[in-house]
Design a protein around this ligand. Structure first.
Ligand code: ADP
Ligand code: MG
Length: 557
């Protein structure tokens, strides 16, 4: 029985297994090791996951979903074909598919996994990830933080060496920068910073807007379908520019063929603000780690957008360090998760991975200087503290003969408590205390399961304790059971069907993106393919499959 590592990404998901002393990427049923994190419901109610679902985001947007990782742990649903799906359910469908593909690839059951999550994921989003795994039938002993996984992948490849590493993870829609310390066998995250609204998507959009500007079109005034066509061509152009110096985009719109040539220099000039957006998280991560740039031994790049030579060069410029290229940015995190799975299986010597608290925890105190009754935050556990963390701080009376204490607990970075997340309060009596004299100690303990314990100790030895969850929008057991039924009943299309449907989804998307003359050719081939499937004639299916996929390959660069 195998135990695998999974990078459950916002845009793409991957799985890796550790076998015979090395990591092996798991290929999915379409023979690719990358599975887009997209879900779509087919006409007959069956579920498509991955490439076909990604294509259907364009051809069938109302029954397709993506980017639900952003909403993990939030009370939000999307409606697909009249059924509401929570982010946990959608993620569990991705995991269910990865589990099935891994079992087919490995030829043995897969029941356990190590799943990676962003280091800044709070307790809610982590619990949501565990629920998703549980729904998909995977046991998850531990989640691994993405930067720790990247560091593990690097160390596995290059040998375990103490040092301070900066991990820059630039994916489809998010940028995460972490400073990670490796000392003996402990991998400790010192700080994380990032921008959860910056990623490969922004380059696609910048190119799409430039394309429209130069072709005298108003991007915002286009129909969603037209925008999608230009957007996809933009992403293809961007990816091509990672390997070749110049690309020519050709996009059919109405009856015209619109073109744009693009090179990396132009890409830089139209994406200035995206590049500038990388600077701040890098600065903040170093600042929060209490290190200097000079202390960083290696810069490790992960995430698809780090494959862009322009991004690598920009990172070199702002850090003064040539980024390491020994690990593949696409699979580093899945590899790290796979390595960690092997460690937990005792196939490899274990390392200690630490978690951090990604936000500040504190209490509201009266603003003595203003003395106008307004309150401000007094932080007790600063953000980026290594977990578990336990810190105690003394507080003084804010009025003469104060005999009641109210402790309001908040999470967040603002000095103004109202702008932070209120977690709850504790009320207790105390011996009357003079103004400004010490009235109590407040101790906060935050563990790796996201449980915060607040203890208040007064002068006469009274103590009051309360446990808080970092947030209250937790799913009930009943809700989880309902989801389990739904996911168990959800039918993924069979691998054979999937191959066909993925080709059809691709053909339908390309059809939307093509000119009339190409459409005629496509239409004929799509009909022939559908016809051969309906006839269940294996030889004809094979022939028409090949004819259609060959023509699609020529239509898409
Ligand atoms: P996530 O962590 O968000 O799941 P990934 O790390 O897989 O995502 O990154 C996806 C992003 O990487 C997409 O925006 C995609 O366009 C971009 N990408 C993938 N390959 C390349 C490439 N060769 N060159 C440039 N960008 C790429
Ligand atoms: Mg990622």
């Amino acid at each position: 029985m195998a135990k695998i590592g999974i990078d459950l990404g916002t845009t793409n998901s991957l799985a890796v297994v550790y076998k015979d002393g090395q990591t092996v990427r798991i290929k999915n049923s379409l023979d690719s090791y990358i599975t887009p994190s997209a879900v779509s419901v087919d006409e007959d109610g069956k579920i498509l996951v991955g490439e076909a679902a990604k294509d259907r985001l364009i051809s069938h947007p109302k029954v397709s979903a993506s980017e639900f990782k952003r909403d993990m742990g939030l009370r939000k649903t999307v409606s697909l074909n009249g059924t509401e799906y929570t982010p946990e359910e959608l993620s569990s469908l991705i995991l269910k598919k990865i589990k099935a593909d891994s079992e087919a690839f490995l030829g043995e059951p897969v029941e356990e996994a190590i799943i990676s999550v962003p280091a800044y994921f709070d307790d809610n989003s982590r619990r949501a990830t565990r629920i998703a795994a549980d729904l998909s039938g995977l046991k998850v002993e531990r989640l691994i933080n993405e930067p720790s996984a990247a560091a593990l992948a690097y160390l596995d490849k290059n040998g375990y060496e103490d040092g301070t590493y900066m991990v820059i993870d630039f994916g489809g829609g998010t940028l995460d920068v972490s400073v990670v310390d490796v000392f003996e066998n402990i991998i400790e995250i010192l700080a994380v910073a990032g921008n959860n609204r910056l990623g490969g998507k922004d380059f696609n959009e910048a190119i799409a807007r430039d394309f429209c500007r130069k072709n005298e079109l108003d991007y915002d005034a286009l129909t969603p379908a037209e925008r999608a066509v230009i957007y996809r061509a933009s992403e293809r152009a961007k990816i091509a520019l990672s390997d070749i110096p110049m690309v020519m985009m050709e996009v059919p719109l109405d009856t015209k063929k619109l073109v744009l040539t693009l090179n990396n220099k132009e890409l830089i000039s139209i994406s200035k603000s995206i590049f500038e957006g990388i600077r701040e998280p890098v600065r903040k991560a170093i600042h929060d780690s209490r290190k200097k740039l000079g202390d960083i031994d290696r810069v490790i790049l992960v995430g698809g957008s780090c494959k862009m030579p322009t991004v690598r060069e920009f990172i070199r410029q702002i850090t003064g360090i040539v980024p390491d290229t020994s690990i593949d940015p696409d699979i580093a995190i899945a590899e790290g998760a796979g390595i960690y799975a092997a460690m937990k299986n005792k196939e490899l010597k274990d390392v200690v991975l630490t978690d951090i608290c990604p936000f500040t925890l504190g209490v509201a105190v009266n603003n003595d200087l203003l003395n106008d009754g307004s309150q401000m935050m007094s932080s007790i556990i600063p953000r980026n503290s290594t977990l578990p963390s336990s810190i105690m701080k003394p507080y003084s009376a804010s009025s003469e003969n104060q005999s009641k204490i109210t402790i309001k607990v908040y999470q967040g970075e603002s000095i103004d408590p109202d702008k932070n997340l209120f977690l709850g309060e504790l009320n207790l009596d105390c011996p009357p205390t003079k103004f400004a004299a010490k009235i109590c100690d407040v101790k906060m303990t935050y563990d790796i399961n996201g449980i915060l314990i607040v203890d208040v100790f007064t002068a006469d030895g009274l103590a009051k304790t309360k446990a808080f969850r970092s947030n209250s929008s937790v799913l009930t057991d009943e809700e989880v059971e309902q989801m389990r039924k739904k996911i168990e009943e959800a039918m993924l299309v069979s691998p054979e069907d999937e191959k066909y449907r993925a080709l059809l989804a691709r053909a339908e998307r390309v059809y939307e993106e093509s000119f009339e003359d190409q459409r005629l050719v496509l239409q004929r081939l799509i009909m022939a393919f559908k016809g051969s499937i309906a006839l269940r004639d294996p030889i004809k299916v094979q022939q028409s499959y090949k004819a259609l996929s060959d023509i699609l390959d020529t239509m898409e660069y």
